[in-house]
Structures are given as structure tokens and as C-alpha cells.
Write a protein that binds this ligand. Sequence first.
Ligand code: SF4
Length: 448
Amino acid sequence: MTTRKEPYFKKLLDEEIFLHKYEKRQKADICLVFPASYSVAMSSLGYIAVHDKLMQEGLHTDRAFIDEKLGLYAIESRRLISTYRFLFVSLYLEEHLLYFIEMLRKLNIEPLSEKRESHFILAGGPLVDLLPGIISRIADGIYKGPLTDEGIDAIRGFCKNPKKNFDFENCNGSNKVDACGNVITPNSHFPEKFLIEIQKGCPHGCKFCSASRSSLGFIDRDFYLLNVKHARKFTDKIGLVGLALHTHPLWKELLKETVELGYSIGTSSLRFDMLDNDILDLLKKGKMKTVSTGLETGSRKLLEMTGKGFNSEDFLSFAERLKKTNMESLKLYLIIGLPLETEADIIETAELMNSFNSIYKGRIEISINPMVPKRNSVWKDASFIERRDYRKRIDILKTNIKNKRISFNIESYRSSQVMYLLNKMQDNELEDLCYDKAFFRKKEGKYG
Ligand code: SF4
């Protein structure tokens, strides 16, 4: 490692606060890779929780990221990633798979499991559910779901007698909810926040979403309180994580108890139709300034088609509740390129925003994404919007929204297109993805 990087490594490590201490460090055999920057990794509860569990179980693990300032070195040891025999990788987004393959190639590690002799790779994270066929040709084992006691035993077995196609099936699929972050740091996207998972899964049936109607699991109240009380000694900021937080049977109670502990509360995106006055009041008492929620579209026709389960009147009554609570700002997610969408639907969305804004006067940021037909969503076979239509519809939306102080955060067309092409990829195209530089250009020609 170059000495130029050393101060940055030191700063990151010095500024991490661990809520529980680990046994004295030993030389690690495992490197837990997150294929994105340190700050993104530290805001990913799944990644932090897996590292914590492995360390608590005495499976000594160093961490590495794909971060220009850190290079290809593990943060604790400053060893090159390729010096570890076991690489565990957390894959969240489609682009993470690309970054991981690129990282392996830079380290002269063969990406394909069947050709690789030197290292053993275990993959986990939500992407293994989306692209299992592809990832199982890279990884020697796939771990699905949270890390359970059976999972830890299986990992010990894997590290003792590693082999290709290691079977983790018996420990896959648990719905246990007990992930909480053991580390807080100012260098995260959620600075100084203690992250804890409240629930998993989602009962709603949005047709564009790969989490649609996934099975639910909930954190135990006593376990929750034990952990949030302990974490409160280190921070007053908390991030409550879950796809559908309102589904926790004790959601209001947990929120109330968290507010009483003096936390500033942040949450994952919340369904606005599930945000009643009580919840909004509690969030406000929990010093929340911005509520994040998905409207996706303001078109009546498209709202009904998506299966979101709410309509434009519900959205306007949410504006009344937001106003009543005096919430400072709103972050709103919209999707462009839903099936059968026309320019008239975009104008209808802008008009709904104008009506909303005539009631709620707080700050609004609209985050726009093109619809990516995800493999395991109902709309997996839908087409992907063309670049010029994406741009045109964004212009129509902006022009027809009267309040020019509303800000827009627009997702890049290219990165969503790459996501789309990866969702379209066949398992036997993996070699091309790994070795053919023109892969995406060729795929683009095939799928548009
Ligand atoms: S978009 Fe949200 S509410 Fe709809 S299925 Fe996905 S996670 Fe659930």
C-alpha cells in the first residue's frame, strides 16, 4: 500500500465507534468486500451486521471496499484483497456485480468459479435472489437471508473444507429480524447513525417492485429496546430500516419508545397512506425533518395499474397531514417509463403535484428514476424507456410543475440501462460480461 493512502485509512478507523468490542484481533482469513465506497457500505445495514456477526463468532474478518481513496486494500490490515483466501461479497445492486468482477480482474483473480483455483468466494445480499444463476457461476457458495446460527456453522464448514458449489441451502431463507449496526461513524451516508432493522418483506403488490408480496418478519420488542438503549450511550441518531415499517404490529409503540429515549429519527422510505397523524407527530417529535415516500406516478390510470393500492385523493389528504404536522420537507420518488405511460400521464402527475403543493408548502425534492423491469417483478417483461423519451418526459414534468422551487434529483439513464441489461442477461452470457469489453454495446443493440 502506498503511504499516501495511510492517513485516510487511519482517519476512517479512528473515527469508527464500536458499540460492542470484539476479541483481540487475529490475522484474518476472510475479507468482506462491499463493491462500493466506504461511505455507502457503512450505510448498508446488511453489510455492517454480517461483519459484526462474523466477528462476534470469532470468524475474524477484515473489510474492503471499492473506493478510490482506499485502493484494493483491506481497511484493518492494509493487506491487498487478493492475499485473503476467502472473499465474502455483499451484493445489493446490479452495478455491484460489475464492480466486483472488475475488482477481481484487477487483482488477477479469475471471476468464474469453475476456472478459479486460488480463492473461494461466498456471495450474499439481495442481488443473489435477483440473479442467482449468474452469481452462482462466480461464487463458490451463495448465502440467502440473514446470518443465522446454522449459517455461522455452515460458514465455519466452508472455511475449514472449502469447495465449489458449497451448499448453504439449509440455512437460507430465514425471516429472522435481528440486524443492528455495531459501528457508527461520521463517514457514512448516514453519519453517526445507529441502524436497526425493524421488519423485512412487503405485503403490497406493486408490479414494478421485486420485493412485492415478499414474506414478512418483525423484530422482537425486547430485543429492539435492549439494543436501542445500549446504542443511546453512543449516539442520539437512529435509522429505522425496513421495506414496510408500518407492518410491524408494534410500529407506533416502538416509535414512541424511541422518541422517549431522545433519538433523532430517520427511516427508510415510508408509504404515505400508512402515515397517520399519530405517526407523523411521533416522527416530528423524533426531530425528523424530511419524510421520504414513493408516489411513483400521479396518473390515475397508471396508479391503478401499478397496484400501489392508493390514489390521487389519498396523496392530497397526505398533503393535509404533512401541513398539520408542519413537516419541513418531503422527498418524493417518481418513476418514468411505466408500461402504457403517455405524455398525458406525465402532465397529470405534474397537475397532481400542483394540487399537492397548493396545500403543503414545505420544501419538496422529487427523485426521478426510469422504470427498470426487474427479473422477479410482475412487470419483468415490460420494455425499458428510450433515452429521448426519458428526457422528454422529464422536461414535460418540469415545465408543467408550477412551483419552480421544487428540486429534482434525476437518476442517470445510463446506469439504469445497465441495470436493465443485467436483468435481461442469460446465465450463459457471463463469460462475455467478464471478458468482452463491448458486452453492453452488443446487448444494447439486442434489447434497446
Ligand atoms: S414499492 Fe414499496 S410498497 Fe410497493 S411492493 Fe415494493 S417495497 Fe412494497
